[in-house]
Design a binder for this molecule. Structure first.
Ligand SMILES: Cc1cc2nc3c(=O)[nH]c(=O)nc-3n(C[C@H](O)[C@H](O)[C@H](O)COP(=O)(O)O)c2cc1C
Length: 241
């Protein structure tokens, strides 16, 4: 029997809802043009399989209640010593158009498409442990965990997200970090967020990229047993060897 099909956590109609949520908080499927489910080799949760990073994002504003939900999801990510070293600068175009424009100004040319997103985030992380002032060697990965929580919650709420390392990190740190009470910040990513947009509105090259098959390395390329490079024994033997 296929446990994954019957396990409650795999039924999208039973995805947990936030505190005080209503029935409409359940997983909202993306429009057809935005469906590019991962061709997974092993069954995985539909939320993980369906999330991807579109560039077509609708300029329509995101409701504050939904924005809060994203950061609530980030908040509950695990972190080393429960330090929660993440910090997010958020720009919503509807509320603060000039701030949105300023944050968008840090994007590299190749990410210019992200300017249309109604919500832009610049993430950062504290590099010292608040408990003893020593370096927090896990802080960047803790931020990554928080961002993944945020991205999955966004997708479950009918929003799309696109993380970006392509921004002027040095200038952003120089111009924005001095105003922070934390002297130990390092830049993380920028994230474009909004409702799914129309891929037809993208330039040809980007529209073509949106339609490409989603690909990942196979498990035997990165899951090893005793020896580096030798697939772990529980992995099925691949057809080509
Ligand atoms: C830390 C990080 C940085 C990224 N930087 C960029 C970027 O600058 N521009 C871009 O278009 N996509 C960027 N991406 C998106 C990745 O290209 C994308 O996640 C990857 O190709 C897998 O595709 P998927 O998210 O649709 O599954 C970034 C993703 C991550 C996690």
């Amino acid at each position: 029997m296929d446990d994954t099909a019957t396990h409650p956590s795999n039924r999208t109609d039973t995805l947990p809802r936030g505190g005080g949520g209503t029935r409409s908080d359940n997983l909202r499927p993306a429009p057809a043009a935005h469906l590019r489910p991962a061709p997974a080799d092993h069954p995985i949760h539909p939320l993980i399989a369906s999330r991807w990073s579109p560039r077509a994002i609708d300029p329509r504003p995101v409701e504050p209640e939904l924005i809060c939900r994203l950061f609530e999801a980030a908040r509950w990510a695990p972190s080393s010593f429960n330090e929660q070293p993440w910090v997010f600068l958020v720009a919503s175009r509807r509320e603060s158009p000039e701030w949105h424009e300023r944050l968008a100004g840090f994007l590299k040319e190749g990410n210019a498409w992200a300017r249309s997103a109604p919500l832009l985030i610049a993430s950062a992380f504290r590099t010292t442990l608040s408990r003893n002032g020593k370096p927090n060697t896990q802080a960047r990965r803790d931020l990554g965990a928080a961002e993944e929580n945020l991205c999955l919650q966004a997708w479950a709420s009918g929003l799309v997200t696109h993380q970006m390392g392509g921004f002027d990190q040095e200038r952003l740190a120089r111009e924005l970090f001095p105003d922070s009470p934390d002297a130990d910040l390092e830049p993380g990513t920028m994230i474009a967020i909004g409702y799914p947009g129309d891929p037809a509105a993208l330039p040809d090259d980007l529209r073509e990229r949106e339609g490409r098959p989603r690909k990942r390395k196979t498990l035997d390329a990165f899951v090893f047993g005793e020896r580096w490079g030798a697939p772990a024994p529980f992995l099925p033997v691949s057809e080509d060897g």
